[in-house]
Design a protein around this ligand. Sequence first.
Ligand SMILES: Cc1cc2nc3c(=O)[nH]c(=O)nc-3n(C[C@H](O)[C@H](O)[C@H](O)COP(=O)(O)OP(=O)(O)OC[C@H]3O[C@@H](n4cnc5c(N)ncnc54)[C@H](O)[C@@H]3O)c2cc1C
Length: 564
Amino acid sequence: MPEHDVLIIGAGLAGQRAALAAAREGVSVGIISKVHPVRSHSVAAAGGINAAISVADDWRSHAYDTVKGSDFLGDQDAIEVMCSEAPGEVMHLEHIGVTFHRNDAGELDLRAFGGASMNRTAYVADITGQAILHVLYEQLMKHSSSVERFEEWFVTSLIIDDDGGCAGVIARDIRTGRMETFAAKNVILASGGAGQCFKPTTNALICTADGITQAYRAGAPLMDMEMIQYHPTTLAENGFLITEGARGEGAHLLNSEGERFMSKMAPNKMELASRDVVSRAEQIEINEGRGVGPDGRGIYLDITVVPRKRTLEALREIVNIGKDFAGVDITREPIVIQPGQHYIMGGVKTDKDGRTPIAGLYAAGEVACVSVHGGNRLGANSLLDTLIFGRRAGEHAAARARSLAMPSVSEAQLRRDAEMIEQIIARPRAGRRISEIKEELGTTMNQHVAVFRDEQGLTAAREVVVRLKEEAATAYVDDRGTVFNQDVLGAIELGYMLDAAETMVVAALERKESRGAQFRTDFPERNDAEWLKHININCGEDGEPKVSYSPVTITQWQPEERKY
Ligand SMILES: Cc1cc2nc3c(=O)[nH]c(=O)nc-3n(C[C@H](O)[C@H](O)[C@H](O)COP(=O)(O)OP(=O)(O)OC[C@H]3O[C@@H](n4cnc5c(N)ncnc54)[C@H](O)[C@@H]3O)c2cc1C
């Protein structure tokens, strides 16, 4: 049985940064990923990472912008940690080999991003996530004597011991189908987000809420699950992301009348207001008949106003995406975009060191909710979140490991998970297909749990999710083998997505106000008197979501009206 001081689930930026931090503390580290580490969704991150590194900037300004962006739901103590530690983290990345873009004077270049009061986004063209992920992967090679990698292993559940602490995980070797029990003094969940609960989404196929639901089923609370980010610029047909870097470089948004309609909702920041505000403005144009493209469901993103040379240098990936997936040369004509699901602000509730209320269980990155993003995440604050809280969780878990003995773990849970998989494989080909259920889940969530919401739609969504959970219990798989059986993993992932989607709908129904990404047309105002609080969801003993609340931590910035 593999044993580790710190066992990390996920090898995206949060997981690899946690692994590097723990390895530097000299403890034994295991890192498990269901895909090769550099294929984690972090590799797709394009636009950049925020840090107040310019001499004219101050981390407090970054923190205030983040608090305002969060619509005052973010916890200010955690935001202060993230923003004050950001410059050091970005310089650290530079020193270990990330080739951030430099300006003509040879200094780190910083681009404009939404909701920021000055340019503070460091970037590597529009492949920033890829650049950082590869450097972290290389750096971890230095620690190969203490860091053991389990690439293409799928975690099926967390092990909770009799004292209620986390003592390891059960995982399946995807290549062979062999199950294994992993004992660990500490487990860090870094297993990413839940975008696949929606269709379309910018998120990779692997973003299926695994860690969120594993923690939830193990008894950990989820927080801010109603806060789902719709990114203002995704390709209409397939959900591909067109980075906010495009608007950062100066691109305009236009309606069918050729009007820069952002002047109505954000006269000062225009296209660079926060994402919730821009997505809402676009959806209003579309709903009121001023959309463009097929069925008028889109908006023009006009990048031709950016000098062509600059676009080819700083936005080269989206030049390719425009050509390959929309047949448009973005340097010469506008491209049709629409708001699309992109990110989940909520997740497993943690403190500033990544600790969950379950002893020995940490979470960091998109799976977690610290909460630094509150009701709305600013662009380029997520890469920062993964690195800062990944590192802090890694360091904290390593220190905790020193005073603990390795837990002794039985094989009972492995047998239970193996049986669960055998039962899925043995299902008769009678029920619905996994893919059909996933499709219905995605389109339902995208219809009712999107930019605008109301009680009727959310109630309908909940009914669909509850029915789909029943149907998923008998859904069949075609592949009955053991080698790379992605079919059976798809069935397990569907279960994770359905549980997570249910908590999103329950939280969105619960919050009877409009704040950040949650806009309730039946409660259109923000209501600080009643709703300046987090919604937490626990899994009840009957398997049903149970709602409770926790206070928002306010240090220096009192809630005020949000204007851009
Ligand atoms: C297209 C796109 C562009 C983006 N651009 C930016 C940007 O420019 N700036 C920014 O700040 N943010 C950006 N974001 C958001 C940001 O990239 C993500 O929030 C962040 O990278 C998430 O990192 P993570 O380490 O938490 O998870 P991920 O990178 O998603 O990694 C999750 C890991 O968990 C593993 N895993 C999951 N489930 C299991 C399981 N059951 N068993 C074993 N392993 C498992 C996966 O294999 C993977 O290694 C972007 C997101 C997208 C989708």
